[in-house]
Design a protein around this ligand. Structure first.
Ligand code: TRP
Ligand code: SF4
Length: 438
């Protein structure tokens, strides 16, 4: 199995996907002690992660961490696109520094639209909606890939540690793939890692909230981050924690530095073996690795390194289209766009696929199937905040007390409220856009 971030396949079996790619399960202990956990986290829409436990730890302790995500400005923004920004806004409330990349270079390279068009979609669709949904300008930067010299430079520099076999194995590129497309994963890696450069806040845990189709980019970024480290901290075969210098220059200085840092962390029983470029930490155990690694990473810029920590990620499920197929901008009847006129949105809801039975009689007797219902999915992902209320909808549906007609009306009313509210807030947002732009 391969995940192709540019294909239009739908994902069905999220559990299999998770297991096959070593994505970790997004379990309750990762969110239940955070303030006001977001419904997408509580309800398992975010179903997988990489290294969220580190983010959880930093958020709880009020230590600095960052969010970096991107938007593809190749069309109008619909409810499927809303999920990432809902997550981002939640993480902003937890104290994260927010960075958002407008993937104009990627849209140009892979979707064949002009940079001019991408600008319009970003400035007239995405950014006003982000603000309307509640994104705050404090500690928040939105930038265009094409305008960000540091990101582009980093992409070029990071490319030195990736070879063509790795790219073809990850993305299935072929001889006819255009070179700009081939560069775009490196630009995305530049996006993801640039927030750890000194001038953008320095080495710190970074979380990338995305749809699971983006996992190849996450894996690439994690590999590249690791490849640029000066130190490697691991458990050795004889079960000790070892700090290894990965480069051949200034080995003595780097070992001295590691020794000093370990001493500060109260590890004093150290054994240095210079031929192995190694320092064994006798009192440390596996649980100390993250702490040691972080302290060493912070010092790497002093020695000409980057100290990039591997970026973490959360992965959300995709919404099904209202028609029961994939939700897609190219099929307007499958999606509710945030700029849809209320009447259009209501019509789409009235025509949506439900989990209702073939007749009212049968539905009263046997109940409906919320798991197969696009209306229920709207409630679940976007329209109902309260978990109890959602549960009541579920039970009244499966028990045959709730009928689809009224249920759709309820969804239509809630959508109307949301769209009208967003429209008002978008109008108010327009004059504030500059505050967000990098
Ligand atoms: N490739 C992403 C998409 O197709 C957009 C994107 C660009 C992105 N840079 C990013 C996502 C960095 C996450 C992190 O939607
Ligand atoms: Fe869906 Fe509501 Fe019908 Fe149940 S009653 S199948 S939730 S539309």
């Amino acid at each position: 199995m391969k995940i192709d971030p540019w294909s239009s396949t739908t994902f069905q079996d999220y559990i299999r996907l998770r297991d096959e790619f070593g994505i970790q399960e997004f379990t309750q202990d990762l969110w239940n002690d955070l303030p006001n956990p977001h419904k997408l986290l509580r309800r398992g829409v975010v179903f997988g992660h990489r290294d969220f436990n580190i983010i959880h730890d930093f958020a709880k302790k009020g230590k600095p961490w960052a969010i970096l995500t991107g938007l593809m400005p190749s069309g109008k923004m619909h409810l499927g696109h809303k999920m990432v920004i809902d997550e981002v806004i939640y993480y902003q409330s937890l104290g994260a520094d927010i960075f958002i990349a407008v993937a104009d270079i990627e849209a140009f390279a892979t979707r064949g639209i002009t940079l001019e068009q991408t600008k319009k979609y970003a400035l007239e669709e995405y950014i006003p909606n982000y603000i309307a949904l509640g994104l705050k300008p404090e500690k928040c930067k939105i930038y265009f890939q094409s305008q960000h010299q540091d990101v582009k430079d980093l992409a070029y520099i990071l490319g030195k540690r990736v070879n063509w076999s790795q790219m073809t194995a990850t993305y299935g590129f072929s001889g006819s793939t255009n070179m700009s497309h081939i560069m775009s994963p490196l630009i995305q890696t530049g996006d993801i890692l640039h927030v750890q450069l000194q001038q953008f806040g320095g080495v710190r845990p970074t979380l990338v909230p995305v749809g699971v189709d983006q996992d190849p980019h996450i894996r690439l970024s994690r590999d590249i981050a690791q490849a640029h480290r000066l130190y490697n901290v691991t458990i050795t075969k004889d079960n000790r924690v070892g700090v290894f210098v990965k480069v051949d220059e200034e080995v003595k200085k780097l070992l001295d530095n590691a020794e000093e840092i370990l001493n500060k962390l109260k590890f004093t029983n150290l054994k240095r073996i210079t031929e192995y470029k190694a320092l064994y930490v006798n009192e440390a155990s596996e649980e100390d690795i993250q702490k040691i690694d972080f302290a060493l990473a912070l010092s790497e810029p002093d020695f000409g390194g980057y100290g990039f920590l591997q970026p973490g990620a959360t992965f959300h499920r995709f919404m099904t289209g209202l028609t029961g197929e994939k939700m897609s901008s190219s099929k307007p009847e499958s999606a509710i766009f945030l700029t849809d006129p209320v009447e259009d949105a209501k019509k789409k809801i009235m025509h949506a696929k439900t989990g209702g039975a073939v007749s009212l009689e049968i539905q009263k007797k046997e109940g409906g199937k919320p798991e197969e219902c696009m209306i229920y999915e709207l409630f679940y992902y976007h329209l109902i905040e309260d978990d109890k209320e959602l549960e009541e909808i579920h039970t009244s549906c499966t028990s045959g007390k709730r009928m689809c007609g009224n249920c759709k009306k309820q969804a239509a009313n809630l959508i109307e409220k949301m769209l009208v509210d967003l429209k008002n807030k978008r109008n108010a947002a327009e004059k504030n856009i500059k505050k967000y732009l990098f």
